[in-house]
Design a protein around this ligand. Structure first.
Ligand code: HEC
Ligand code: HEC
Length: 251
């Protein structure tokens, strides 16, 4: 009985779910900070409760299931019910969804056009990155980055590039049995083979059995000073622009 009543209540709330706007995400973030961050971390990285950025539970849950978990808690676990009006719970959900959803799928604040101008101008991003075939190739292709990464990951990639290196862009040195040392970007590696691209762009295919020592070098080749180079408003606009990059969505 109780369960079915909960479903009915949730269904009623569902029917009233408004389309999320940027203000909802911002309000949801505030509410998250006061009601949830103590257990799930300031940026959703987890703690007493699970990580909400990488946890599959959020991305796999329907809106109803997630809404119920927030409203009524998860009985038998430390996840408590949240005593807030439904409207505020929806705002929290807007924020929590955005922690793991592709950036393209959520509302993002900022001026996309101004962001594009920064990307192609002052930011100098085209030197290393391509969008739709135009631009440099020393950094990852960004044609569909809004679909590939969450907003947090995009923001972190731009403002704190050394923190997490995009797959295939880790810098490394390999010492070989022959006495040779190779340095470059580790494009790929398996148990048996390494593919390393040196500074001249040449690819080296090396058997793991021929490697005596390998070192992953810290840091990213991407400039780490965009936080200083760009104003807060410019950073916001640039990230808005990146979040809308999608080969699939309407451009
Ligand atoms: C007292 C600590 C605590 C608080 C406060 C709390 N949670 Fe949780 N939450 C947990 C725990 C523990 C779990 C894991 C439950 C389980 O074992 O499945 C959880 C699970 C979840 C899940 C499911 C995630 C998954 O990967 O299974 C979501 C989503 C979630 N919490 C969101 C929230 C939100 C949003 C808030 C604020 C409204 C909140 N939680 C408040 C402790 C907490
Ligand atoms: C000197 C070359 C260089 C410049 C200039 C540069 N980047 Fe990068 N960028 C890289 C490299 C190399 C990586 C991969 C290593 C890493 O993840 O840090 C990267 C990673 C990224 C990623 C993460 C990609 C992913 O797949 O996760 C984003 C987003 C990004 N850059 C955006 C930008 C933007 C926006 C600008 C301009 C403001 C810029 N970059 C300028 C070289 C550059």
């Amino acid at each position: 009985m109780r369960i079915s009543l909960l479903f009915v209540l949730a269904a009623i709330a569902m029917a009233q779910r408004p389309a999320w706007k940027q203000e909802d995400v911002a309000a949801g973030r505030q509410l998250y900070m006061s009601s949830c961050s103590g257990c799930h971390g300031l940026t959703g990285e987890g703690g007493r409760g699970p990580n909400l950025m990488t946890g599959r539970a959020v991305s796999r849950s329907t809106d109803e299931v997630l809404f119920q978990a927030l409203k009524f808690g998860l009985p038998g676990t430390d996840m408590p019910p949240t005593n807030l009006p439904d409207e505020k719970l929806w705002q929290i959900m807007a924020y929590v969804r955005g922690l793991s959803a592709p950036a393209y799928e959520i509302p993002v604040e900022g001026d996309e056009k101004a962001g594009a101008a920064l990307y192609f101008g002052k930011g100098g991003c085209t030197r290393c990155h391509a969008i739709a075939g135009k631009g440099g190739v020393s950094g990852p292709d960004l044609t569909s980055i809004g679909h590939q990464r969450s907003l947090n990951l995009i923001r972190e990639a731009v403002l704190d590039p050394g923190r997490r290196i995009a797959p295939g862009y880790q810098r490394a040195t390999l010492h070989l049995k022959s006495g040779q040392t190779l340095e470059g970007v580790l494009r790929d590696f398996t148990t048996y083979n390494y593919t390393l691209q040196d500074q001249a762009g040449e690819l080296h295919f090396v058997k793991a059995a021929d490697v005596t020592d390998q070192r992953i070098l810290p840091g990213s080749p991407m400039p780490a000073n965009y936080r200083e180079l760009l104003t807060a408003a410019e950073r916001r606009d640039l990230i808005k622009f990146l979040s809308r990059l999608s080969a699939r969505g309407a451009q």
